[in-house]
Design a binder for this molecule. Structure first.
Ligand code: OAK
Length: 833
């Protein structure tokens, strides 16, 4: 049925067209209308939650109008689109971001005040959209912001988890996980009950002759789960471009439940089927940098990939173009290997459903996909048992075998005398059981593979993917160093700093062209400017100190040096190194006379982050941090000289309070293990300095800000292998200062000797895989340098300003231009209305 309104009636439509609010009066009208109609309340029962809901609905309406126009224009112009496939989008709160991006925050502030509310309280009502674990998911969110802000026609595709990452509670010093049910009322999503896709699982494959007598595969039987689209508008900053994030939710194909079964008395099984279907999009797997190979996870991956590709192909087919033009219209980026089945699914659609021959189909597939790798940790590289894939996706396994066959044949031709290379690069690992190596499939099926920081991109070329560089040549591999959106991570999180910068640079243009920050360097000797800079940092520390008091009950002195490490808890990120260092500092202070102590610099060590629920060692690290805190924070000899804080439930909205308030932040992974890191960039952009290893993006941050404005320590990536080897096969002596720390823990100073013994044994007896002892001395010395530098506040502020001025490179806008140019071959499509 043609849904378009006929020409004669369009005038009436145009007369009645909705327009977005512009003034605070119009905004207030919208809020009151939503309170009274959408929420069915009145001024007599409008609490902050209701005011938040109504404000969000008003802004959502605003975004939807822009969203409609953006989509119409993109369709009309038929321009190439980018599809960013990510199993995680760690969006955080939407309201503040929407207000700032459409430029109406002041309007809303005035309107809300008029109606009796403080805008901060209203913003604070929002539940974070936490559909991600950490770095990978937040990067996807920053990329969506940049894509929209730079006017690229782009969609994100993900899963609409009913439960995002769990909420962390700390009870008696231990992490306890609580489910994060966030969908009670979510004004930012737009259910599209008319946009559904049937997704097939299980069943079998038979070969039947087609009309030309050619044998084609038919996948039949099994079960169908329905994917329902939920759209989330993504507003660009200072542009009407509003892109779309489409999240799929699963439901049973028989509607609510199977009425036939229900009526025949089989109530239980009819409900069970419904529940099995809904389970697929129920919960985000809470592992960061770890893949555990669960069947439900593979189901999630295929469900999401199949629905997304069906949608993308449907959109392409509307343009009536020839299939070979597909890669000229569509670029699909795989955020790590999680969506790798998309490669197989597109090949399946093209050969089984659209009837293309294999070679043309494969050319289209490889022309379409790009793959981003986010880790070299072996435990995070995805592999699926062949038997599981066979059972769940029988036709896909056949196609994977065919892809592998053609690939290995060409490798054999290229390296006729090398049998081993075939075993090493095969998509199928010949183990017991046999496994499908998703990274190999992703490389073979993409035209570009990228790492996320220079060191990381070099490492993948020389270690895990070395053979593929031999096979495809170095040009298949590239680097796009990560970045962050300055809109959320400067303008939104640190409004005072953003306004100070704007006042000095003469406009807010730097928020869209971050390289303009370099003009701040001219001001590093401006006394008044430095004073304001320092005042803003202090105010942000006061705000964090207040938050610490409210949430932990501990008083911290905002004049102390704030030393922050917030990120997922992981042995490779080495929070254990940090807490051992804190214990060392505590012992040093304890050994001093009161007179000596008076001369020391007060410090607050702040930690935050979640441990995967099944990661026992990470949970012990959290426990040790809390145990040290309860001893140190109550030691009268120590007072303000040292406080140890663990902030519960670290997430995006908390990061927005924490990042602007650091003096020093810690990015201290064992060299070669952190692919990039992105919070390092957030802290420096907010005027904090960092202490870090030569790892991930720390190296490029050093190159940009200069060695004088960063504190580097520790062994280099190139030496890690030899050191590990020496630990295992040579004599392994522990750093003497670290040994003293261990003795103190084992004395029971922090309680639970038994709990902490495994952490100590990992260093002393099990080869110290993360080089905690090797780096300890250098770490402690570097902290002494930090203290000394901090004593000279004049100089410190100069370092802080200089570092910020040189951070332009780390905008996610720069990343998007690099992807657009080097991988996607897409152009922006600006709107001028
Ligand atoms: C998560 C699951 C599987 C594989 C990788 C990850 C992940 O989060 N990796 C992280 O990606 C970030 C964005 O590229 C990087 O900054 C982090 O260094 C990396 O650990």
């Amino acid at each position: 049925v043609e849904a378009s309104i006929p020409e004669p009636q369009r005038e009436a439509w145009k007369r009645s067209q909705t327009s977005a609010f512009k003034s605070s009066d119009e905004f207030e009208k919208e809020v009151v209308r939503h309170v009274e109609t959408s929420l069915a309340r009145s001024m007599f029962n409008c609490d902050e939650k209701a005011a938040y809901s109504a404000t969000s609905l008003a802004f959502r309406d605003h975004l939807i109008l822009d969203w409609n126009k953006t989509q119409q224009r993109q369709t009309y112009r038929d321009s190439k689109r980018v599809y960013y496939l990510s199993l995680e989008f760690l969006m955080g709160r939407a309201l503040d971001n929407a207000m700032l991006n459409v430029g109406l925050k002041d309007t809303a502030k005035a309107g809300l005040a008029d109606l009796g509310f403080r805008i901060e309280d209203i913003i604070g009502q929002e539940h974070d959209a936490a559909l991600g674990n950490g770095g990978l998911g937040r990067l996807a969110a920053c990329f969506l912001d940049s894509l929209a802000s730079l006017d690229f026609p782009a969609w994100g595709y993900g899963l609409r988890y009913r439960y995002g990452i769990f909420k962390q509670e700390i009870i008696d010093g231990y992490q306890v996980e609580v489910p994060d049910y966030w969908l009670d009322f979510n004004p930012w999503e737009f259910p599209r009950h008319d946009v559904t896709v049937d997704v097939q699982f299980f069943g079998s494959v038979k070969k039947v002759p087609n009309e030309q007598g050619k044998s084609v595969a038919v996948w039949e039987g099994g079960e169908i789960v329905v994917a329902v689209a939920y759209d989330v508008p993504i507003p660009g900053y200072d542009t009407p471009t509003t892109n779309n994030l489409r999240l799929w939710s699963s439901k049973a194909s028989g509607g609510e439940f199977d009425f036939q079964k229900f009526n025949s008395g089989d109530y239980e099984s009819s409900v069970a089927e419904q529940q099995r279907a809904e389970t697929i999009s129920n919960v985000l797997y809470p592992n960061d940098n770890l893949e555990r190979g669960k069947e439900l996870r593979l189901k999630q991956q295929y469900f999401w990939v199949a629905a997304s590709l069906y949608d993308i192909v449907r959109r392409f087919k509307k343009s009536k173009r020839a299939w070979r033009e597909f890669p000229e219209q569509v670029a699909i980026q795989l955020n790590d290997t999680h969506p790798t089945l998309a490669i197989v699914e597109l090949q399946r659609i093209l050969i089984d459903i659209e009837g293309l021959d294999w070679d043309l189909a494969w050319e289209i597939v490889t022309g379409t996909f790009g793959y981003t790798n986010h880790t070299v940790l072996p435990e995070a590289l995805e592999k699926w048992p062949v038997g599981l894939v066979q059972h769940l996706l029988p036709r896909h396994l056949q196609i994977i075998y065919d892809i592998n066959l053609f690939f290995l044949q060409s490798v054999e031709k290229q390296f006729p005398d090398d049998r081993d290379i075939l075993t090493r690069v095969s998509i199928i690992e010949e183990s017991q059981p046999k496994m499908v190596r998703m990274a190999h499939l992703a490389i073979v099926g993409s035209h570009k593979v990228n790492g996320v920081a220079e060191l990381h991109s070099d490492l993948i070329k020389t270690t895990i993917f070395k053979d593929f560089v031999e096979i495809y040549g170095p040009d298949r591999f590239t680097n796009v160093t990560n970045g962050i959106t300055p809109r959320r991570w400067l303008h939104q999180a640190n409004p005072r700093l953003s306004e100070l910068i704007a006042s000095k640079l003469g406009s807010h243009e730097f928020l869209k062209d971050l390289s303009q920050l370099n003009k701040l360097e001219l001001l590093v000797q401006d006394k008044e400017f430095k004073k304001e800079w320092a005042e803003i940092k202090f105010a942000n520390k006061v705000r964090l100190a207040k938050y610490i008091k409210e949430t932990t009950g501990v008083n911290v002195n905002p004049s102390a040096l704030f030393d922050v490490q917030v990120k997922r808890i992981h042995e490779y990120k080495r929070q254990q190194l940090n807490i051992f260092g804190v214990i060392h500092r505590y012992l040093t202070l304890k050994a001093m006379t009161p007179a000596e102590r008076k001369k020391q610099l007060p410090r607050v060590s702040i930690f935050g982050g979640k441990a995967a629920p099944g990661y026992w060692m990470a949970k012990q690290i959290i426990h040790l941090i809390n145990a040290v805190g309860s001893v140190v924070n109550n030691d009268e000899d120590i007072g303000d000289l040292l406080k140890v804080i663990f902030l519960e439930d670290y997430n995006v909205s908390k990061a927005e309070i924490i990042c602007p308030a650091s003096d020093i932040s810690e990015h201290i992974s064992t060299a070669g293990t952190e692919a990039s890191g992105t919070s390092n960039m957030k802290f420096v952009l907010n005027g904090g300095l960092i202490i870090g290893t030569c790892d991930g993006a720390n190296i490029e941050i050093t190159r940009e800000v200069g060695e004088n404005n960063i504190f580097l320590f520790g062994n280099l990536a190139e030496d890690v292998e030899d050191l590990r080897h020496a630990h295992t096969y040579g004599s392994h002596t522990i750093d003497p200062d670290l040994a003293k720390v261990f003795e103190e823990i084992q004395k029971g100073t922090f309680g639970s000797v038994h709990d902490f013994s495994a952490m100590i044994a990992a260093v002393k007896d099990h080869g110290d895989y993360y080089l905690v002892s090797d780096d300890f001395h250098s770490y402690i010395e570097t902290h002494t340098l930090v203290d000394e530098a901090y004593r000279n506040q004049e100089e410190w502020v100069v370092k802080s300003i200089t570092a910020v001025a040189r951070m332009g490179f780390f905008s996610s806008d720069r990343c998007i231009y690099e992807y657009a140019d080097g991988i996607w071959n897409v152009e922006p499509l600006p709107r001028r209305d």
